[in-house]
Design a binder for this molecule. Structure first.
Ligand code: AMP
Length: 451
């Protein structure tokens, strides 16, 4: 099966071929013909399966004949995070290069004025996070009454992030005569309810999760004590041939602290978490992609879906409390058939239960390694950091795993945390945590940009 046989036109096939893709992935093979037939589709597929092209390619084909009117976009793609929205927009640029479609990315943290100007000109494809879209709708800058194709991407993640009420509100403003595509990695009852309510006689297509990172990533685990984790990380970075790496932590506050520590050691480092303003997140990510930043110290905001080729290493400075996050994190390396390497640092008396849960999920034991750490002079030796921040304060951050006879320190924190991340009557929205100014200022500017 090739792309022509799926019913895509020569311009799209040319763009796809130039990208180096000759064979559709299973989700593309299944979904594209139905989407081209104007059917509603439920796609059960994760990131990494080629699902983004699975809906962008036929959408380009569908939208190619027609013109947008001012403030009335013709299609709408809802994405849970800004980074994923940006990736979808990139897909439209790559595959739509031989079409004259216009697109706008509406995400929080970017200048509203620029977005409004683009909307005024008429848009074929609108890619948005729910919060910013509703803001602009409520201000009257956008009309959804001409939407012909609606995509709800990563519905399960929307659910995790408390976006479902926003989605319902948005869909109620879109005309009922439309084509709706819903993508989700899992089909929980809430997602099923959403699909029953908003899709009409949908075709369901599903693919197995992408090859488990367990197969493409060489994983290791190092046990140490909580207070030695920094030294262990540094020793591992020195020992490994690190071209570039994600270093994952569970807490936002620790991200900044570790970034400072590594920067002081002379590494090219930048932090990345959900409290940073979007403009800085975008610049940081670009710096990492361009090789100006070697180590990206991050919370789980960067764990899912980000598609950066050629990342040599993933370090888990903290063991994630939710085992699925481990799979997402290490999946940032070993992409596109390249060899990947992950090293996880586990603290004795704290992470046993979490490691056990991860190994249960990936159905293998992570090989153990040891590393020599340099003895530091007594004066410099650090005291174990006092944890004042409860883990998992970020709406994009990790979930919890409870259970086991012994309660580790992290579990005790997790158990204590019963209040929502954002204190308000409505469910927390990702945009709550990260809205901020659109210009770079002072310490917000990543070091590599400061001269
Ligand atoms: P996604 O699941 O949409 O995040 O896509 C994962 C990766 O697969 C991206 O790097 C895509 O560029 C890539 N991809 C998409 N379609 C194909 C294809 N037909 N053949 C090979 N790679 C693809």
């Amino acid at each position: 099966m090739n792309f022509e046989e799926l019913g895509l036109g020569p311009e799209i096939v040319r763009a796809v071929t130039e990208r180096g893709y000759t064979t559709p992935t299973p989700i593309q093979e299944q979904a594209i013909p139905y989407i081209l037939m104007a059917r509603d589709v439920i796609g059960l597929a994760q990131t990494g399966t080629g699902k983004t092209a699975g809906f962008t390619l036929p959408m380009i084909e569908i939208l190619a004949g027609g013109r947008a009117r001012a403030r009335m976009p013709r299609s709408l793609i809802l994405s849970p995070t800004r980074e994923l929205a940006a990736q979808i927009a990139e897909n439209f640029d790559i595959y739509g290069k031989y079409h004259k479609l216009t697109k706008v990315l509406l995400v929080g943290g970017e200048s509203m004025g620029d977005q409004i100007k683009l909307l005024e000109r008429g848009v074929d494809v609108l890619i948005a996070t729910p919060g910013r879209l509703l803001d602009l709708f409520d201000r009257g800058n956008i009309l959804l009454s001409d939407i012909k194709v609606l995509v709800i991407d990563e519905a399960d993640r929307m659910l995790d992030m408390g976006f479902i009420p926003d989605i319902e509100k948005i869909v109620s403003k879109v005309p009922p005569m439309r084509q709706t595509l819903l993508f989700s990695a899992t089909m929980q009852p809430e997602i099923k309810k959403l699909a029953d309510k908003f899709l009409s006689n949908p075709r369901q297509v599903s693919v197995a999760p992408p090859a488990s990172p367990a197969e493409t990533v060489r994983q290791s685990l190092v046990w140490t004590s909580f207070r030695k984790k920094k030294d262990v990380l540094e020793a591992l970075i020195k020992r490994e041939d690190v071209k570039n790496a994600f270093v994952f932590l569970n807490r936002k506050r620790d991200v900044d602290e570790l970034a400072k520590f590594l920067k002081a050691k002379g590494y090219s480092v930048a932090p990345m978490h959900g409290d940073m303003v979007q403009s800085v997140r975008t610049v940081t990510l670009q710096g990492f992609k361009d090789g100006k930043i070697t180590l990206l110290i991050c919370s789980d905001v960067a764990a899912r879906g980000l598609d950066i080729q050629g990342v040599s290493h993933v370090f888990n400075y903290d063991i994630p409390m939710h085992p699925e996050d481990y799979v997402h994190r290490i999946g940032r390396t070993g992409r596109a058939g390249m060899a990947g390497r992950s090293l996880s640092i586990a603290a004795r008396d704290e992470d046993e239960k979490f490691v056990e849960n991860i190994e249960k999920l990936i159905k293998k034991t992570i090989p153990l390694e040891t590393v020599e750490i340099e003895a530091r002079p007594a004066k410099q030796r650090e005291r174990a950091p006092v944890r004042t921040e409860e883990p998992v304060a970020e709406s994009e951050d990790v979930g919890f795993v409870h259970g086991g006879d012994r309660q580790s320190r992290a579990e005790k924190f997790a158990n204590r945390r019963q209040k929502p991340a954002v204190r308000s009557n409505r469910p927390p929205r990702f945009d709550d945590a990260v809205e901020g100014p659109d210009t770079l200022a002072g310490d917000d500017i990543p070091a590599f940009l400061r001269r």
